[in-house]
Design a binder for this molecule. Structure first.
Ligand code: SF4
Length: 479
């Protein structure tokens, strides 16, 4: 059977989305479960747009489209429609999978989509491909929502893979032709490695713990080392939501790598409480090559943290920032801006970022993503159907300030955190220090200037809403 795996294109690629373009690790891992038994092709439409030619040449029997983010919904659907329309006679079976598709399968109740893969995709896709090839009842394949004439039919829940070491290695060769094009935060080329899945915390705005059913499972240190050694890129971004969640394991991985003399530049995501408690492990990873840590600071005080149920404290956040500064590790701190904010709240956030000397903060707008507690509480107040606005930079809930004032404050917060001269210096500095030492990446400098222009002007945020309003007006005229 020929299986085509598709990563949708970027669409508007507003703001921070331009900062990184990472390998489609989810599709590579699903691909790992299929290669050897089937002919598999991966098309990354962020880098290669020619779906029609691919369909013609490869003539797939099964197409799997990734939809991990809410803002990919319309593009994933459009791809499904194009696949069905391009096929004459025998049509490929089209499935959509990923975090968003799993948590909101109803978004794909469309004749162009035959099924939605709900939850982890490796075993489900392998079994689906086998059933389609050999014939048999698809209702017997757990983990699917089938689009049938009477509507959506669930085939039941597929249990999570108990031992992550049983998962196939990601089939990185499927994306090898794009490997030199992936970048994140000025590091290029780069690769991603997943060492764990899920989170034991229960933040209200987060869908990760819902997707993984409240559990956290980990790969063994030996398996992680095996995956790291299979990576060719000189920079690795570990995808785990809290890399230090199992600190003994994090320590063992570092020790195994150091014993083998393996060093590489890398970045992790970690909670501030783990950083404070386990600074020694951070130092060990510094020896491996840790250069950056992403910390979800979210809020500047305990009241704000408890509002989003972060289960952490402002004191931990401040201590973690100090530790990272002291250890010379780059820190990217993310903050949540609330649509209910007034001028003084933005001003307090700007003061905090300046006082704590946070060089690379990101400010995202509180968004009730499907599958979150926040969505259950506030989903009815969402005031747009445009999935492109769910990029965490637009307000999809009513704002207390006027929308224009809200974005003026958000843009001012970005301007205050990123003075233009510093952005320019950063861009210029990164030119000769590319990870692979190859030719300077002028594109990175261009991207930084584009991102700066977008995020520091209220007008660019507002334009997204105007496009939506124009679309609604146009569709109401045509209906
Ligand atoms: S935001 Fe981070 S810490 Fe909170 S539940 Fe999600 S993954 Fe866990």
């Amino acid at each position: 059977m020929r299986v085509l795996l598709v990563q949708p294109g970027l669409g508007k690629g507003f703001g921070l989305r331009q900062l990184s373009l990472v390998e489609p690790l989810g599709l590579e891992t699903v691909g790992g479960a299929l290669v050897g038994k089937h002919e598999v092709l991966l098309l990354d439409m962020r880098l290669e747009d020619d779906l029609s030619a691919t369909l013609k040449q490869f003539n797939p029997d099964l197409c799997g489209i990734s939809c991990s983010f809410t803002l990919d919904v319309s593009r994933a659907l459009e791809i499904a429609i194009r696949i069905k329309a391009a096929s004459e006679g025998r049509q490929p079976f089209v499935v959509v999978g990923g975090h968003h598709a799993s948590l909101s399968p109803g978004d794909f109740n469309h004749p162009a989509v035959d099924a939605i893969v709900v939850g982890e995709g490796e075993a489900t896709m392998a079994e689906l491909a086998r059933r389609l090839e050999e014939g048999g009842e698809l209702r017997a394949v757990p983990g699917l929502v089938l689009n049938q004439e009477g509507g959506h039919v669930s085939t039941g829940t597929r249990p999570l893979t108990e031992n992550l070491d049983d998962l196939p290695l990601p089939a990185r060769h499927l994306a090898e032709r794009y490997a030199g094009s992936y970048y994140a935060f000025g590091e290029k080329p780069m690769a991603m490695v997943e060492t764990a899945r899920g989170c034991e915390n229960r933040c209200h705005f987060c869908s990760v713990w819902h997707f993984y059913r409240g559990r956290r499972r980990v790969k063994s240190p030996q398996r992680v080392v095996e995956e790291v050694l299979a990576v060719k890129a000189p920079y690795i971004l570990f995808t785990d939501d809290n890399f230090l969640g199992d600190v003994e394991r994090a320590r063992q991985i570092a020790e195994l790598l150091l014993e083998r003399g393996v060093h590489f530049r890398c970045a992790i995501q970690a909670r501030s409480d783990s950083i404070v408690e386990h600074t020694d492990v951070l130092k060990l990873w510094r020896q491996v090559g840790l250069v950056g840590v992403f910390v979800g600071v979210e809020k500047i005080d305990d009241a704000g943290l408890s509002q989003v149920r972060k289960g952490n404290s402002a004191a931990n956040n401040e201590r973690a920032l100090e530790i990272l500064h002291r250890e010379g590790i780059g820190v990217t701190a993310s903050f949540i801006v609330d649509p209910s904010w007034e001028h003084r709240d933005f001003a307090a956030l700007r003061r905090y970022v300046a006082e704590k000397r946070i060089q690379t903060p990101s400010f995202t707008v509180l968004t009730p993503l499907p599958g979150t507690v926040l969505h259950r509480e506030l989903g009815s107040q969402v005031n747009t159907h445009d999935c492109e606005l769910f990029d965490l930079l637009h307000a999809v809930l009513p704002t207390r300030l006027s929308l224009a004032e809200f974005y003026r404050e958000l843009a001012a917060t970005y301007r205050s955190a990123y003075p233009w001269h510093r952005v320019l210096m950063e861009g210029l500095r990164s030119l000769p220090s590319r990870t692979d030492g190859a030719k300077p990446d002028l594109l990175h400098l261009w991207r930084l200037t584009q991102i700066y222009r977008t995020l520091t002007r209220a007008e660019s945020f507002l334009a997204g809403h105007r496009e939506t309003a124009a679309q609604i007006k146009a569709s109401s005229r045509s209906s």
